[in-house]
Design a protein around this ligand. Structure first.
Ligand SMILES: *Cc1c(COP(=O)(O)O)cnc(C)c1O
Length: 427
């Protein structure tokens, strides 16, 4: 059964019986490039970005795409050209930003485990801000910056201790999470940071979780952060910017997150009411910019009827689409070509070839499919390719960016040679 409308995918539609992304037939792409194949819509990415830009019209804001959601160069280039900065979590991501033509001064570096080498590299590149996540990291960053004769711009990630009401693995703003500095410690930690010669305090940040579909946790977190801004500034430490993180959810299955502009209308009203409306803002959206812009195409290999369950074995697996195995996440799965009206519909578990029972993509789906048919796994633009692995020595899939009627191969399929590069036999 095909969900109608297709969840969250504005550029995805059947024309006749063939599924198209923008003006490109996905069956044609699968035939040309093979499967598994990730396909992204440039128009969808820019539309998602547009919702933030509308929300922030006439405000001093820098949108920093949280690139761990999808770090493919061709995707980064779309956002770099649209004026985005980037939220990075490793030196590898910094290299990607620079390779895609991004501006280092618009990069912010988050993450709880930055190494000294990563700090040096980011300082040398001239990134905009380090989002520091622990008291120990503050001292190390100060030492690294002084050793190279520089000063590191820093913002401290505070933990507002609000429950984002999402999956526990993607909640990050509760006091028992590994992220950020406890609300109660924040003023003391800011005083310490401000006293260090290798650091320049420029901002404050928080990020409370991911796939958040309710605006209440955001409004609560904003109040907690603004309370801290007041306390920190009362201690004589001015804050140039407020970075409010990412985390806005997308529609995987009829989910109804607020749109970015509606959410920010509420948040900006709160900022204005509390007298911080003119402050420079940073935001770090990841999933909400790319998640619904992408699909992953896969071919049905085998039908495997069983006593209690029927399996539909496809050529994409948990190494390509890790979210179901990791978080029991739901992705809609639809055919690339609509079946005939009288084709028998069967309830199947859509599973991959990997040798793990956790290797499933969708459970109890109503599909009319035969071997050789092809399916699209929807909402696969975020946290799919960027989390893909070579488990079972499977090469990672190819990626295509669609732009109107044009399509560009932005990553070739990974070969066995690619996978073995760098390995050596000991004898
Ligand atoms: C992952 C992450 C984001 C982006 O989260 P989304 O849910 O993808 O919007 C933003 N900021 C930080 C610090 C992150 O770790």
């Amino acid at each position: 059964m095909i969900p109608s409308p297709l969840p969250g995918a504005p550029q995805l539609a059947y024309r006749g019986d063939a599924l198209h992304l923008e003006d490109v037939s996905l069956s044609d792409l699968a035939t040309v490039h093979g499967t598994p194949l990730y396909v992204y819509s440039k128009a969808s990415m820019l539309a998602a970005l547009g919702a933030y830009q509308r929300g922030f019209a006439r405000r001093d804001v820098q949108i920093c795409y949280a690139m761990k959601a999808n770090s493919t160069l061709g995707v980064l280039q779309v956002f770099a050209r649209a004026g985005c900065g980037f939220d990075i979590v490793s030196a590898g991501e910094l290299r990607r930003v620079l390779a895609a033509g991004g501006d280092a001064s618009k990069v912010i570096f988050s993450g709880v485990g930055k190494t000294r080498a990563e700090m040096r590299e980011a300082l040398a590149a001239g990134i905009g801000c380090f989002n520091v996540e622990s008291e120990a990291e503050i001292d190390v960053l100060d030492e690294v910056a002084r050793a190279v004769g520089g000063t590191a711009p820093v913002s401290i990630r505070v933990n507002p201790n609000v429950d984002p009401k999402t999956h526990p693995y993607i909640s990050t703003g509760l006091k028992d999470n590994k992220f950020g500095i406890a609300h109660e410690r924040a003023v003391a930690v800011y005083r310490h940071a401000a006293s260090l010669p290798g650091l320049k305090v420029v901002g404050i940040d928080c990020h409370i979780g991911s796939q958040i579909t309710d605006e209440t946790p955001y409004l609560d977190a904003m109040d907690r952060v603004l309370d801290l801004v007041a306390a920190i500034e009362a201690a004589g430490i001015p804050l140039h910017h407020i970075d409010f993180g990412g985390g806005l959810g997308i529609d995987y299955r009829g989910d109804k997150p607020p749109s970015a502009d509606a959410l920010w209308k509420r948040l900006l009203a709160k900022l204005d009411a509390r007298g911080y409306g003119g402050r420079k803002l940073l935001v770090e959206p990841g999933r909400s910019l790319v998640g619904n812009a992408g699909v992953c195409l896969t071919e049905v290999l085998y039908d495997k009827p069983g006593e209690h369950k029927n399996f539909c074995i496809v050529d994409a697996a948990m190494n390509d689409l890790p979210r179901p195995a990791m978080y029991e996440a739901y992705h809609a799965i639809v055919p690339l070509v609509l079946p005939a009206a009288d084709a028998p519909i069967v309830t199947v578990d859509v599973v991959g070839p990997v040798c793990e029972s956790g290797d499933w993509l969708g459970r109890d789906r109503q599909l009319a499919v035969r071997p050789g048919d092809r399916l699209a796994v929807l909402s696969a633009g975020a946290y799919c390719m960027s989390m893909a692995s070579n488990y079972n020595s499977r090469g990672r899939g190819a990626e295509v960016l669609v732009d109107g009627a044009a399509s560009h191969l932005i990553r070739a399929r990974e070969s066995a040679e690619d996978q073995m590069r760098g390995e050596k036999l000991p004898g």
